[in-house]
Ligand binder design. Structure first.
Ligand SMILES: [Zn+2]
Length: 668
């Protein structure tokens, strides 16, 4: 590609056609070169059944091109027009409160054959028009797949039963997997199964809940893969992606790799807010996951990013976040959105153009960003991220967590663990899956990795014997793929010989209730004296003779007992920590323990708040340091570097202003 796609979302259907040219000209004048259009335009394209009008969008694409702006075209299946709902109310699904009426967006039932047929038709008609348009460089499928997390309606119930029948074959196999003998839930046939909605006291079984999430994910992947097929069938050479609302949510993006060219996500979690750079570490995790999801291409797209930071943050935050995206492998950022909506549900959403047609307060920052990327991105285009450490993410484990919600316990701990390790190591981190090759990493952290296959377990164990450093907690390898508990020690890896095993457990919330009267924190203290509050479940450990204790509990009956051990196994080491924490600082401490064995050097000697990454290309290494704090920071270089943005040699002590970035080249 060579050119960084810096652009914005724009909705020509909202505005009089005579104003489009002015809007595209204002994009170009700011330095933008891409526009994302059309993801909610179904009723504009097909105002009445079978009556298709794509001429206006064709004119919009052509007008943008006249200003040097390429188009990312979206399919429209995240909405449906009123005439379709009027004719077939089954095209909308439902939630805990019942079936949806018309209004809003999303909520289309992806089990409805009627919806799927109409979705196919509009996508095919659209693809016929744009699949070979040279001004359209890429396609976004649908919009933020995965919302709204459940679909409860008669169509889904029927499809769920069929899905289960395909998975289990016999109802007896399903009964075993779901452990239905408990509470007389034994089914005689698949027809007796209902959706997991509005359960009586006690709720649904863990096996059923996990299968519902798998079914829900498959439904989205079915729709999206069909759209990709339709576009490619028209001879399209454009790249295909979708804008995940977060790549760790309710659809398996791992499965989606089979039909997408690139992964992309909508970054609303993070532009730096004053001196709290915690959210930047969150965006790093999504970036690292999306890089993994791009089929080995090592790059991804930010399909939506806030066009303005928090009102109390400096506008330079937008530039800092964008460089952080680039540092992790982004090949484009599309701001949301260009022109402030004057009505609709998103009325007044902060945009690049204010209602009076002037640019928002980020104008000079976006101009500089555009100019810097235009001048220097070619150095990084096609570059690779080489990471000495990885964090293992698993959709199955996320969905298997009791009480699954978006960013719930599994994902929350994963964010903190990934961010803590990245920050402590001052290094690149990869996010990988249990099925991936671990052997290229010196250190692998796998928080809450409950469900493992026999093959994955064997490879993890071999990884440690061969010299790897593996960080796990006691839930590792304790469940089978139906969410049934394995009848084995906790944790079960290495036949239960992990340096310690669990003999009892208590929820941190229960412990806090009991210890608050005694004025005790529910925390663990590391051997260096650092103490961190912990969360989730606290495991009491029986420690083996050949293990080293690196932390202890500070409270209640567990006071003074081991809260973490490390054991040498083969040429490697296994680090077992006994409680989670919703705090990346705790995971930084764990990373320091693990790195005594992994011995990974930092990319740069950078102070806290400066997030460092590197990219490699053509024998060159590019270091990217983003100061996510709003105050100056000082780096100490161990050799001379070339500062690409300022075009000068640098060495020794180097200052980076608040929210500024250093892009530096060194010889590999
Ligand atoms: Zn449905």
């Amino acid at each position: 590609m060579g050119v960084y796609l810096l652009g914005s979302s724009y909705y020509p259907e909202w505005w009089p056609e005579e104003e489009w040219k002015r809007d595209f000209a204002k994009m170009a004048a700011l330095g933008l070169n891409a526009v994302r259009m059309g993801e909610f335009a179904w009723s504009w394209y097909e105002p009445r059944e079978g009556e298709f009008h794509f001429e206006a969008m064709r004119r919009a694409v052509a007008l943008a091109a006249e200003e040097g702006i390429v188009t990312l075209m979206c399919t429209t299946t995240a909405v449906c027009p009123p005439w379709l709902y009027q004719k077939y109310p089954e095209v909308k699904g439902g939630n805990d409160h019942g079936l949806y009426g018309f209004g809003g967006r999303k909520g289309n039932c992806l089990s409805s054959d009627v919806f799927l047929e109409y979705a196919r038709k509009i996508t095919e008609e659209q693809a016929k028009v744009f699949a070979n348009d040279k001004n359209v460089v890429g396609w976004q499928l649908d919009n933020e797949p995965g919302f709204p997390f459940v679909c409860y309606d008669p169509c889904c119930e029927k499809k769920f039963r069929k899905w289960l029948e395909r998975r289990y074959g016999t109802i007896e196999a399903l009964n075993r997997a779901w452990f239905t003998m408990m509470w007389s839930n034994v089914y005689n046939s698949f027809d007796e199964i209902r959706l997991p909605v509005n359960a009586a006291e006690g709720g649904w079984s863990p096996g059923m809940k996990l299968d519902y999430r798998r079914f829900f994910s498959d439904n989205f992947n079915n729709l999206l893969s069909e759209e990709a097929r339709i576009i490619r069938a028209q001879g399209s050479k454009q790249f295909i992606f979708t804008n995940w609302p977060g790549a760790n949510w309710s659809v398996s993006c791992e499965d989606a790799m089979s039909y997408l060219d690139y992964s992309a996500w909508d970054n609303y979690v993070s532009v730096p807010v004053n001196d709290d750079y915690h959210v930047q570490l969150r965006s790093s995790m999504e970036h690292d996951l999306c890089r993994r999801l791009s089929n080995g291409k090592q790059r991804f797209l930010i399909a939506e990013q806030c066009a303005a930071p928090h009102a109390n943050a400096a506008p330079e935050a937008v530039r800092a976040q964008t460089w952080l995206d680039v540092a992790h492998g982004a090949f484009g950022n599309i701001f949301f959105e260009f022109r402030v909506p004057t009505g609709g549900v998103e009325q007044n959403y902060h945009s690049i153009l204010n209602a009076d047609g002037t640019y928002n307060r980020c104008e000079p920052v976006i101009r500089k960003l555009a100019a810097d990327l235009k001048a220097h991105y070619s150095l990084l285009d096609g570059a690779e991220t080489v990471s000495p450490a990885a964090a293992v993410y698993s959709y199955q484990n996320s969905w298997a967590t009791p009480g699954w919600v978006v960013d719930g316990p599994y994902d929350e701990d994963f964010f903190e663990a990934h961010g803590g390790f990245k920050n402590a190591l001052r290094q690149n981190m990869d996010v990988i899956f249990p099925s991936d090759d671990f052997s290229k990493y010196k250190l692998v952290v796998a928080p809450n990795l409950m469900i493992l296959s026999d093959e994955e377990r064997a490879r993890l164990e071999q990884y440690v014997r061969d010299g790897g450093v593996l960080v796990i907690n006691p839930v590792a390898d304790t469940r089978g793929e139906s969410n049934l508990i394995r009848e084995a020690r906790v944790p079960a890896l290495f036949d239960g010989q992990c340096g310690a095993h669990s003999v009892a457990s208590v929820s941190s919330a229960d412990m806090a209730k009991q210890q608050s009267a005694a004025g005790e924190r529910v925390s663990v203290r590391f051997n260096d004296g650092e103490e961190y509050d912990v969360a989730g479940t606290l495991y009491e450990l029986a420690v083996e003779d050949d293990a080293e204790v690196f932390a202890e509990y500070t409270c209640g009956r567990l006071k003074g007992k081991a809260a973490g051990v490390v054991k040498r196994i083969g040429r490697g080491a296994l680090v077992l920590y006994a409680s989670d924490a919703r705090n990346y600082r705790y995971y930084e401490a764990l990373a320091r323990v693990a790195n005594r064995f992994a011995e990974i050097p930092p990319l740069l000697d950078a102070p806290d708040g400066v997030i460092v990454s590197s990219r490699q290309k053509d024998g060159e290494t590019y270091l990217i340091a983003v100061n996510a704090k709003n105050s100056p920071a000082e780096l100490t270089l161990d050799g001379p570097l070339f500062d690409v943005l300022r075009q000068c040699e640098i060495s020794g002590k180097v200052r980076i202003d608040g929210l500024d970035v250093l892009l530096a080249k060194k010889r590999s």
